[in-house]
Design a protein around this ligand. Structure first.
Ligand SMILES: Cc1cc2nc3c(=O)[nH]c(=O)nc-3n(C[C@H](O)[C@H](O)[C@H](O)COP(=O)(O)OP(=O)(O)OC[C@H]3O[C@@H](n4cnc5c(N)ncnc54)[C@H](O)[C@@H]3O)c2cc1C
Length: 382
């Protein structure tokens, strides 16, 4: 019977795992199967977010992921330093792995299970096994360059040191008082516990190439300069897409019969490449929808959400063009330095992807931090 077939989610990373958790909670009678190629759910990530990124319907799930929470956060630039009495949080991938294993019913998840072929009503595993499905969702994350999209990159290497955190209740989300190279460069410092600190060297770069060995040496230097050079507990790296422009229909043709989630669905914050809050929003909406869970219904529903997200990100694409096209690479930091003159409520709406019209006008007001002619050209191309 069709109803016995599971909804198959391919990829137990951030988006796939959160969707499965919400579905298990709100649609407990629907059979589900989460397939992950790796040995754990969530990979090797630390996901950071502001309270305002979390939709209320998913607060219980986020609490169960036991976030590390800092009461304050700070930014530093050559000409501006600000401390905000506003919380910042981070969740490590092991917490997501634990929650998926404990919350999803036995038999509804599999690790070490790579999918080779995807069709609307079945998948074929690399092992050759065929699994029939009521619907199939592709949440395999990005797969190399995203077709049709013009992208810049936010890339980084982070090392977690066993070291005493100088300010355990404060996260430094951007410290750009370091030598600039390969675009906008800043150091990110998260005290994950009283005796463990994550230090990341981050670049807003036009190139996706990341020399992990060379950058990890720079992280060690940045850590040592801050008195954080204890034993290394773990390392992570990322090359996140920053959306500058492109053709949404080429990225996701309407004829594609397979529903998508997460980065595979182009649902990320255009200016940060982050997707934690957006993945929560989609997971909650998916689990609460009244429609059917076959591939055709879900393909049109997930693509509609992407189209709506694309429209919402228009303002951010304009800003990104200013950042990548109008500012000289070693002066890109000035765009963020200028932005951080604004009140914290506006900053939080910006990161949640929900700036109001008045926020947008305030962000663009004042003397632009980049050459005026190039700034106007970026705006006109919007
Ligand atoms: C190191 C790092 C740190 C980040 N930090 C933040 C942050 O602080 N805040 C934030 O909001 N965003 C952050 N991001 C960006 C973004 O949130 C993540 O990239 C997020 O994990 C994307 O979610 P996703 O589910 O789309 O993809 P992924 O989490 O990458 O998940 C895709 C999953 O699919 C699996 N898979 C792939 N192919 C197959 C297959 N054939 N069969 C089965 N499974 C398959 C992969 O193994 C993977 O687990 C970070 C990214 C990285 C890389």
């Amino acid at each position: 019977m069709a109803d016995d077939k599971p909804l198959v989610i391919i990829g137990g990373g951030l988006a796939g795992s959160l969707a499965a958790l919400c579905l298990a909670q709100r649609q407990p009678d629907m059979p589900l199967l989460l397939l992950e190629a790796g040995e754990t759910f969530g990979g090797n990530h630390t996901w950071s977010f502001f309270d305002s990124d979390v939709p209320s319907a998913t607060r219980d799930i986020v609490e169960s992921l036991e976030p590390v929470r800092w009461a304050r956060h700070r930014v530093r630039f050559p000409l501006r330093e600000r401390m905000f009495e506003s919380a910042y949080n981070a969740i490590g991938a092991p917490a997501l792995d634990r929650l998926v294993r404990t919350r999803l019913p036995a038999g509804s998840w599999r690790l070490d299970t790579a999918v080779a072929t995807i069709a609307p009503d079945h998948v074929v595993l690399r092992s050759g096994e065929r699994i029939a499905a009521r619907g199939v969702i592709d949440a395999r994350g990005p797969d190399g360059p995203m077709p049709g999209l013009e992208l810049g990159w936010q890339k980084f290497v982070g090392i977690e040191f066993a070291a005493q955190a100088p300010e355990p209740d404060c996260a430094t989300v951007m410290d750009a008082t370091i030598p600039q190279c390969d675009g906008y460069r800043f150091v990110y410092v998260l005290p994950m516990a009283a005796d463990r600190v994550l230090v990341e060297d981050t670049y807003y770069s036009s190139s996706a190439t990341l020399d992990v060995d060379a950058i990890s040496n720079r992280v060690r230097v940045l850590g040592a300069e801050r008195g954080l050079s204890g034993p290394e507990m773990r390392q992570e790296s990322g090359v996140l897409p920053i959306l500058i422009g492109g053709d949404p229909d080429r990225f996701w043709p309407e004829s594609d019969p397979i529903p998508r989630l997460g980065l595979r669905a182009g649902v990320f914050h255009a200016t940060t490449g982050y997707s934690f809050g957006l993945a929560l929003q989609t997971a909650a909406a998916l689990a609460e929808r009244n429609g059917a869970f076959d591939s055709a219904s879900l393909a049109s529903w997930t693509r509609d959400r992407f189209t709506q997200h694309w429209r919402q990100m228009r303002f951010f694409r304009v800003l990104n063009r200013m950042l990548f096209h109008a500012a000289a690479p070693d002066e890109r930091y000035k765009v963020f330095e200028h932005f951080y003159r604004l009140p914290i409520d506006l900053v939080l709406r910006f990161y949640a992807g929900t700036p109001t019209l008045s926020d947008r006008m305030r962000i663009l007001s004042g003397r632009p931090p980049v050459p005026i002619g190039a700034a106007v050209a970026s705006l006109l191309r919007g």
